[in-house]
Ligand binder design. Structure first.
Ligand code: GLP
Length: 270
């Protein structure tokens, strides 16, 4: 895992957007896995800026969102489709038919989940999956206890997640109890994962994710099994990590390597 600790939310947004933008430039027809929630909003704003001001081209990009509430219509202001539309898609030149969010309206859950997995396969798999993390360490809606091999399916939300998401719905009883979510196994098949977290409320989940044992009780910890994960945190979210100094050292070396400044690392002649 590459752990990048930035100062604050803004720096996280800019850094994370750079990883996405680099991929879009390198592979214009790439497949992005996208997340909702408050955490990626800054990154989405930065991607919109890069599109407007630097011509970052999304016309060949395909997207798959992680999850969607069950029973919430697409045009409902709290649906994840609506969230993506408002906060990202409508500001980019992405082709609407290439943007996918699980279908929360279909009552044939099994078929629609299978179809979602199939569409990901047909698109060639996800190149970069953006992830946030819940306070209980969940990724997408893979609540504690989810199988680490799980595929796209229906999940019941925990009380904590319902309480956390009540801020978007006005009250707890309006938060849907069920969601369709990519499974942990689906997420682990992405070529690269980009996990973002900001704020002190995420410090415990981040410590468990990065430094704790791999357990279905903290589904984000399954990312330790993935060969290419970048975690971008602000100082608060990273504040419970015990190996902060080491991560900073690795990051410094990585930056110098990428810039070709090998002599700074004591390699070759100055
Ligand atoms: C929800 C979403 C997750 C998201 C999490 C954290 O549970 N399904 O994908 O990571 O909330 O949200 P936030 O970024 O608002 O803290």
């Amino acid at each position: 895992m590459r752990v990048v600790i930035e100062k604050g939310e803004n720096e996280v947004a800019i850094r994370a957007a750079r990883f996405v933008a680099d991929l879009v430039r390198r592979k214009p027809a790439c497949v992005l896995g996208l997340a909702t929630g408050g955490t990626p909003l800054g990154m989405y704003r930065e991607l919109i800026r890069l599109h407007r001001e630097e011509g970052l081209d999304f016309s060949r990009v395909t997207t798959f969102n992680l999850d969607e509430y069950v029973g919430v219509p697409e045009d409902h202001p709290q649906s994840y489709r609506y969230f993506m539309q408002e906060n990202l898609f409508k500001h980019l030149n992405v082709v609407p038919a290439k943007t996918h969010v699980p279908d929360g309206r279909s009552l044939d859950f099994e078929a629609s989940c299978r179809r979602y997995e199939q569409m990901i396969q047909e698109a060639g798999g996800i190149d970069l999956q953006v992830l946030g993390v819940g306070r209980d360490g969940h990724i997408a809606f893979n609540e504690p206890g989810s199988s680490l091999g799980s595929r796209t399916r229906v999940k019941s939300l925990t009380g904590e997640t319902i309480r956390d998401n009540a801020r978007f719905f006005g009250s707890e009883d309006q938060v849907p109890r069920l969601a369709i979510t990519m499974g942990v196994g689906t997420i682990l098949e992405s070529q690269r994962c980009l996990l973002l977290a900001t704020g002190a409320a995420k410090a415990s989940a981040i410590r468990s994710t990065i430094e704790g044992p791999i357990t279905a009780q903290i589904t984000a910890s399954a990312l330790q099994l993935h060969r290419d994960v970048i975690v971008v945190l602000d100082e608060e979210a990273g504040s419970w990590l015990t190996r902060r100094e080491y991560y900073a050292e690795v990051e410094r070396a990585q930056t110098l390597l990428e810039a070709g400044q090998l002599h700074e690392l004591g390699i070759g002649n100055p």
